[in-house]
Ligand binder design. Structure first.
Ligand SMILES: Nc1ncnc2c1ncn2[C@@H]1O[C@H](COP(=O)(O)OP(=O)(O)OP(=O)(O)O)[C@@H](O)[C@H]1O
Ligand SMILES: [Mg+2]
Length: 267
């Protein structure tokens, strides 16, 4: 097999270790994500999914290893370089992270205020185009408190794509949505990739959603990658830990002592 050229992957993670204090959360994570691919990061609660996402976004610094986004190693980049890179990255957080005092439209065009010098009219037009994409045309003047859960997620998605990013990160897109809204959001993610050809990283523990949207799935378990492969390969894996995750069986071994103590003592 020929050596992979730098540009084959939109995201390259090499030998990443991550800690919170003394405690190691991610262990020797290596992961390549191709341009235009939808990669789903799956794993049980506490497996380190959000921590990995925070590292990919440059919000946390790894204790070891490298993270290369669009050919730039962010572990060796200046804050200025990371700021510039962020213009090419969209993020939709789990709870939407919308500002309650702003309208849908104002929330969506916020990144344009931060990163461009466009005049406000142009920004509003760009915002409306993206609201159209997420099927929220006509709702631009509502405030987040007036939106359903699915509409909040779609607003967050419109904001994430308002700068036409090359990389899109999504934390738990369908969590907390009713099944119909969840399916709609999955379809929206698939459409986005088709229309905008974005590389998309989705963190989820919703199996159905993962199987529907993923080109490949990475399974995290206690900070370690068990497998990165196609949907079919993951589904048919005979790894017992993957099977127990797919069948939602409780872990019968390796209870995390720290977490157990935290649960008992409530801290
Ligand atoms: N800010 C923090 N400080 C200390 N420990 C943390 C912090 N954030 C997460 N952790 C710990 O790191 C581990 C991984 O957490 P993380 O949030 O990455 O898991 P997750 O896979 O996203 O879980 P979930 O599915 O519940 O969202 C957990 O044991 C958690 O308690
Ligand atoms: Mg999480």
């Amino acid at each position: 097999m020929p050596a992979a050229s730098n540009s084959e992957y939109a995201i390259e993670v090499r030998n990443l270790d991550a800690h919170y204090g003394e405690r190691q959360i991610l262990k020797n994570i290596s992961l390549d994500i191709r341009h235009g691919e939808i990669m789903v990061i799956m794993g049980g609660s506490g497996s380190g999914k959000s921590t990995l996402l925070r590292h990919l976004l440059g919000l946390n610094t790894p204790t070891r290893g490298s993270i290369t986004l669009l050919d730039k190693d962010i572990t060796k980049s200046s804050e200025r370089e990371i700021f510039d890179l962020r213009k090419k990255m969209g993020v939709a957080f789990q709870d939407g992270a919308l500002f309650g005092s702003m309208t849908v439209e104002e929330n969506v065009i916020l990144p344009l205020f931060e990163h461009t010098r466009l005049d406000e009219n142009t920004m509003r037009i760009m915002g409306r185009m993206k609201l159209e994409v997420v099927n929220l045309a006509g709702f631009e003047h509502l405030r987040p408190s007036e939106l359903s859960g699915g509409m909040i997620k779609r607003t967050a998605l419109a904001r994430a794509i308002v700068m036409d990013p090359r990389l899109l990160f999504f934390d738990e897109p369908s969590a907390g949505l009713d099944p119909v809204a969840a399916v709609e959001l999955d379809e929206l993610i698939l459409r986005l990739r088709e229309v905008m050809n974005i590389t998309i990283v989705v963190v989820t523990h919703e199996l159905e959603s993962a199987f529907k949207i993923a080109d490949r799935i990475t399974v995290l378990d206690q900070g370690v990658i068990l497998m990165t492969d196609t949907v079919d390969a993951v589904r048919n894996s005979d790894n017992p830990r993957i099977q127990s995750l797919l069948n939602r069986l409780p872990r019968d071994d390796a209870i995390d002592a720290d977490e157990y103590m935290e649960r008992l003592t409530g801290i």
